[in-house]
Ligand binder design. Structure first.
Ligand code: GLU
Length: 382
């Protein structure tokens, strides 16, 4: 039966992902009655992370809970909800959260690092690339990054405010294969499950249509800062980055194993892969800000799937910043590729034709070996 085949596919999705972003909602981590960390639950989640890592999968955690934990720690009363009070709570609660993750992951010999991001960090190209490179490096070093919004400096207009969308942005940034949104609902229903007894869970969504969006409004659940509406926005962001997304309940222990066992959840399935989506974005969406002309040796390297090194660049045109899109041409003026450049135009001019051991002297800092890394490069055929 088709639905059986679909179930089997859904079950293997998480198991086969090489990079997984898990977003954990406040309502799971913090006990409602006491405002304390739900340690038993966190221990079980950490055990699951160790299991995924044992299978060779990389895991990034996007964890909420700082504000809720900090409010209790600082003894804030329920009516004390001014932005600065919430920010003070975040500052205090984030340490508690980070400490708990470090302690529990250490028991499994897993190293952990904290990354706090603001909306700005993910919107400005330069900071986006910095954050992306840091996360990439942490993952290569075998670390589990624990991410939260930098609530203490984010003001109302420049805040995500919910970690669903932050999770989706992180999934896009890290080219993750799967984003898991763990909260206190099973997934997306075709009607409000709290009011209609025969409301059915939708197991798989391939396209977020207006009808699907209308269901989010009707699902009637409110949890953390983001309801189903922000989860759908997050799913849409992740899908366009080629990342499958699953909304699942974290109310049980071992929620990731439950997803793998085919327990109720909603999968949003992307049509392409993260790398293909990223390359399509580079090739199609971004407007090139400049041009690099390269020599025949570099042209061969590119055709062989390698990165573009400064030594192969013979001319730089235009004014661009680090992370901007540029066109790569050969000496005959034929467009060969498009990519995101690792240096701004001024720096690029300084290091063109040079080897990496000279960069420090030319730039004043060590810099990257590549002018355009191959992951950020798309060849234009023909
Ligand atoms: N960044 C907030 C916190 O750590 C949570 C946002 C959310 O609940 O999605 O408390």
């Amino acid at each position: 039966m088709a639905s059986r085949a679909r179930r089997r596919r859904d079950q293997s999705r998480l198991r086969e992902a090489s990079r997984v972003v898990v977003k954990v909602g406040s309502s799971l981590l913090v006990e409602k009655a006491t405002g304390r960390l739900h340690r038993k639950w966190l221990q079980s989640l950490v055990r699951e992370i160790a299991r995924l890592r044992g299978r060779g999968q990389q895991v990034v955690l996007v964890s909420s809970g700082a504000i809720a934990l900090g409010r209790r720690y600082l003894g804030l009363r329920p009516e004390q909800r001014k932005l600065e009070e919430q920010q003070a709570a975040a500052a205090a609660g984030q340490i508690i959260l980070a400490h708990a993750y470090q302690e529990l992951l250490n028991r499994h010999d897993i190293k952990v690092a904290q990354v706090l991001l603001t909306l700005d960090d993910t919107e400005s190209r330069r900071r986006y690339l910095n954050a992306r490179n840091t996360l990439q490096t942490l993952l290569e070093l075998g670390v589990v990054p624990v991410i939260n919004e930098n609530d203490t400096v984010a003001t109302a207009e420049i805040r995500y405010g919910d970690n669903d969308r932050l999770g989706a942005r992180v999934a896009e940034m890290t080219s993750a294969d799967v984003l898991v949104l763990l909260s206190d609902v099973d997934g997306l229903y075709d009607a409000d499950p709290t009011r209609e007894a025969d409301a059915q869970l939708i197991p798989e969504v391939r396209e977020i249509t207006p009808e699907i969006e209308a269901l989010a409004g009707a699902s009637g659940t409110e949890f953390g800062s983001g309801g189903m509406v922000t989860k759908l926005v997050a799913a849409r962001m992740a899908l366009s980055a080629g990342c499958d997304t699953v909304i699942a309940s974290g109310k049980r222990l071992r929620p990731l194993a439950a997803i793998e066992a085919g327990k109720p959840c909603t999968w949003f399935v992307s049509a392409g892969s993260p790398l293909a989506a990223r390359k399509q974005w580079i090739a199609g969406t971004l407007k090139p800000r400049g041009q690099l002309t390269i020599d025949p040796g570099a042209e061969r390297a590119l055709a062989g799937g390698r990165s573009l090194l400064p030594v192969g660049v013979v001319a730089v045109e235009g004014r661009f910043g680090r992370g901007d899109a540029v066109t790569v041409r050969n000496r005959e003026g034929r467009d060969l590729a498009r990519g995101l450049v690792a240096y701004d135009s001024e720096e690029a001019r300084r290091i063109l034709g040079r080897h990496s051991e000279d960069f420090e002297q030319l730039l004043g800092y060590r810099g990257r070996d590549e002018m355009i890394h191959r992951d950020n490069l798309v060849l234009l055929n023909g």
